[in-house]
Design a protein around this ligand. Sequence first.
Ligand code: MN
Ligand code: MN
Length: 470
Amino acid sequence: MSEKTQGEELKERLFNKKENGWKNVSDEEKEKIFNYCQGYMDFLNRSKTEREIVKNAEQMARERGYRDISEYDHLNPGDKVYYVNRGKNLYLAVIGTESIENGVNIIGSHADSPRLDLKPNPLYEDKEFAYFKTHYYGGIKKYQWTAIPLSMHGVIVKTNGEKVEVNIGENENDPIFTITDLLPHLAQDQMQKKLKDGVEGENLNLLIGSIPYNDSKVSEKVKLNILDILNRKYGITEKDFISAEIELVPAFRCRSLGFDESLIAGYGQDDKVCVYTSLTAILSIENPKRTAVCLLADKEEIGSMGNTGMESNVFSTFLSEVLNKLNINRPNLLDKVLCNSKMLSADVDAGLDPIYANVADLTNACYLNRGLGMNKYTGVAGKSNSSDANAEFLAYVRNIFESNNVDYQIAELGKVDKGGGGTIAYILANKGVDVVDCGVGVLSMHAPYEVTSKYDVYQAYKGYTAFYNA
Ligand code: MN
Ligand code: MN
């Protein structure tokens, strides 16, 4: 071995070394990463919607000793508590040993992902095919949702309150559904259109059947046959779609990607990858110093509105109830707690895609396999609509990561003026919480099949756990 030159030594000391994390992973560590990610992929395969996420997360939490806040009369340090908001949004907390007045450590992700929802009057028949009309949810490239297998998840609630759960297309023996696309032979006009207009939102109609009901006297025989099947199976009539929430998601299974199996392909990794890593992080900790909070928000993909979205007051109500049950609540205490709180807004980052590298600033891009991706700010144009994290708080978070050997990077969402985006960060920041975006890099974000790196997923779990234990 030749000795390092002065310049080489200096460079090692002064540069922010950016490298592929796998280079420093031992065989033993690699096995740990792969095992952890197997758990993530299994979770993703049984949790494709926000309702399924919340249900499965609640079950995992209960197995770890968490109890619904209504089950506690008083809370004490070490107690594990949660609240489910309308089956779509979940808050979990472990009470810290230090006074909660000093603030809590929050990690917040979102459980909803881009998808297709059924319209309120979905069912119709056209030329002896039956269809469900859909309305897309979140930012999608519509052409990506045609000609792929789709599964149907959700609930139909009858006027007597009975809730029918629907889950068709995940089991190998289930049928699936699809939205057809035009054959290339006759697509001359379609191919001339702008990509965004190639498939119109109003044409995202789901093919659901083709056998006519056997009665020569009735019209709309195929529609009738479908309703007959649904009535026998679920006891519903057409009117019951009024009070239903049915989501169409890709029927693909989440799987390892690549000869080296280093990557993960799956639907809804935005933001279920941060859901799983922050959830397993909070479930792994006992008796933290600062009260640890994990929140799974809904409706992030459509602007965080509504009573299950982050803009609602339900999270504050949960924290107030925690203060009540600690027997310390008093006027304005919640405001004080929030102002002293720290948060990682756990949302995915746009991973650098070499095929589309022209939209990225390579010096400020989030690279897969380089660990957790932080974003000081998001927004569009001149950082508009962004919560720009404070340098002091970034130093605090860096220190946690660096002293716990968590591999991380900091990035921007694309080149200046190329576009932009946002997360739930600003909502908590408005309440006085110190927040920074911190998540996993993703390729093909918002597509039916998204790609992450197992190395990064594990770094997220490590980083989130360290944040809770700080
Ligand atoms: Mn997201
Ligand atoms: Mn998103």
